[in-house]
Design a protein around this ligand. Structure first.
Ligand code: TRP
Length: 361
């Protein structure tokens, strides 16, 4: 879809472009699936976007994993398998590895002049990540400045839309500030991006199977896209629920209950018709649980049936792709070529605007 840009009277048009990505620090889990992957595939297939870039952010992952290069290298392939198995299609979406695009590092270097240390310290995402990693004063400079590098990622591809989770909102705010500073100082060059948030709050932040606020590898509370049918079942049947819902007759809480939050993110009316026809929808099921008389096992079996149905085709495709790893790397390499061409065009414009295009072009 091409949208005419009012600001430019000439025949210049603004394209709808998506850029987003993930740090390859582990294989992706169902929180990533409902929070971003499922949406990306929908956006990809909507036909509303002229270009879509999905990046495996290995350089960003190294900012706090400098001592673990093999872990990052290994997970680049894992994340690529997760992408392909969820339905990202290299014919429609450019999949690439961040470190292959050296222009991104160059852009970030110039953007660093437009951001103060005080501003970076105020970035709430950076602040909470510093706390979570116990970094205090030992924070690597590269990690501290990753919002700037992320702005390079976004602007290099002239992205207009960045699908992200809520935790990334401060990054988009920072990106817009950098774009405005740049354009004010050097003339209209960069495109201001907008975020696109998950449409359902359960999808925005899926809790762990233990009820903790976040799925995290170190907490061991994730269901992975690569998990086997048995692993999924076992994890679901052992899920944390309402600790005060002891007997079937007890009233139960559905709000802070991860089983119901997962149902919020995954269930559709067709699942009720198929597996639990005595309930019309999730609201009816929740009501019964809240007034008492509905056991956890029944709800967990239902959730398990839905997860099995949703994840089985993904797992099958993942296994197929896992047997064709050289092809997966070819896809990333080809994607990298296309990404590099776009990013180098942006870098050229940036250098011209900054008056460092000494030898013309
Ligand atoms: N920070 C993102 C994450 O933690 C990954 C990422 C890197 C990204 N660059 C980006 C996301 C640009 C959106 C846009 O997963």
């Amino acid at each position: 879809m091409m949208i005419k840009n009012d600001k430019n009277t000439a025949n210049k048009t603004v394209k709808n472009i998506i850029l987003t990505g993930d740090r390859p620090t582990g294989r992706l889990h169902i929180g990533h699936y409902v929070g971003s992957l499922r949406r990306r595939v929908e956006l990809q297939n909507s036909g509303k976007f002229d270009e879509i870039y999905v990046m495996i952010a290995d350089a960003q992952a190294l900012t706090d994993n400098a001592e673990n290069p093999d872990k990052i290298r290994h997970n680049v392939a894992e994340v690529a398998l997760d992408y392909l198995s969820c339905g990202l299609d290299p014919k429609k979406t450019t999949l690439f590895i961040q470190s292959q695009i050296s222009e991104l590092t160059e852009l970030a270097f110039y953007y660093m002049n437009l951001v103060t240390v005080a501003r970076l310290k105020r970035n709430p995402t950076v602040k909470s990540e510093i706390q979570a990693r116990n970094f205090e004063a030992s924070i690597p400079v590269g990690f501290f400045t990753y919002p700037i590098s992320q702005t390079a990622d976004i602007t290099a591809f002239n992205a207009t839309v960045v699908p992200v989770g809520e935790d990334q909102l401060p990054m988009l705010e920072q990106a817009r500030e950098i774009v405005r500073s740049f354009n004010t100082l050097y003339g209209e060059t960069l495109t201001e991006p907008k975020e696109l948030l998950p449409d359902n709050s359960a999808c925005g932040r899926l809790p762990g199977t233990d009820g903790k606020t976040k799925m995290s590898k170190s907490l061991g509370n994730c269901i992975y896209l690569a998990d086997s049918a048995d692993e999924i079942k076992q994890k679901v049947m052992n899920m944390y629920t309402d600790p005060n819902h002891i007997r079937v007759e007890d009233k139960g809480d559905t709000k802070d209950n991860p089983v119901f939050i997962y149902l919020e993110a995954f269930s559709e009316e067709s699942h009720f018709k198929k597996y639990l026809p005595e309930y019309e929808n999730l609201r009816a099921l929740k009501k019964h649980y809240e007034r008492g008389g509905l056991g956890d096992v029944k709800v967990k079996r239902f959730l398990n049936a839905i997860l099995q149905e949703t994840l089985e085709p993904i797992r099958r495709r993942r296994e197929e792709w896992a047997g064709r790893i050289p092809e997966v790397y070819d896809i990333l390499k080809e994607g990298g070529k296309k990404a590099k061409a776009t990013a180098s065009e942006t870098l050229k414009n940036v250098k011209r605007a900054m008056r460092i295009d000494y030898f013309g072009e």
